[in-house]
Design a protein around this ligand. Sequence first.
Ligand code: ADP
Ligand code: MG
Length: 272
Amino acid sequence: MSAIDIQNLSRDYGGGKGIFDVSISVDKGEVFGFLGPNGSGKTTTIRHLMGFIKPKVGSCQINRMDCWKNRDEIQKSLGYIPGEISFFDDMTGKEFLKFISEYRSLKRDNRMSEMIERFELDPKDKIKKMSKGMKQKLGIVSAFMHDPDILILDEPTSGLDPLMQNRFIELMAEEKEKGKTIFLSSHMFEEVERTCDRIGIIRNGKLVTVDSVETLRKRHMRSYTVHLDTPEEAEAFAKDFDGICTDNSVTVTAKRGLEAIFMDYYGGDDHA
Ligand SMILES: Nc1ncnc2c1ncn2[C@@H]1O[C@H](COP(=O)(O)OP(=O)(O)O)[C@@H](O)[C@H]1O
Ligand SMILES: [Mg+2]
């Protein structure tokens, strides 16, 4: 059963900008990576899912609820990290978290303090005085503290140092283990490769491919055939490089990382 459905969603900002005929379905309990470089349409898609933008063409649903018609409930119940955190600048982090807790009618024994400790958030400053990383931590705490079943995360690790990025990836793994549905946008290959079941690659507002990490890797594996002088040499070579030996020849398959695959889709001509 699907938790997130996007059907033929388009938003034309003119000049080739926007999103065009995006369709994605994410199962309950699945971790979906939405991978694309800056300006490819990730945030625009996500803002439709959160009910901040009314679809002009196409539609989207979360748990079968229309994202626009049910935006109040969606915004209240989901865990969401916005792409650019620029909210409630005059509040302190603490005031903001209290405000969000009240908005969500949270009980006292929620995960707030656990999350604050985990990400070493210092919530006492005004948000406008916080560094990008500290704001991002505040976003993480507010998205996870009510233990939501569905998480929509728009480049959640941007501005975090590598230690905190790792801590975030660990948190994602735990949430996945608990059966949470996660929609994670990122421009970082490694992040999605480590955490996601399936990946959709978006380019210039168009979904270029949607596949499992495994399938993506397999489809883009390269093999090489090496010719050696004798069958004995070929056999030894095949053993060392895990290849397949026929007479004097050995075929080896290179395992390529997701970054190389991504560059196949994205590298070179950007105007196609
Ligand atoms: N409200 C808007 N009006 C006009 N252009 C927009 C608007 N929002 C986004 N865009 C443009 O649409 C493209 C996709 O933006 P965005 O969804 O923010 O990409 P991403 O999140 O992948 O970086 C960009 O070229 C951006 O400048
Ligand atoms: Mg964005």
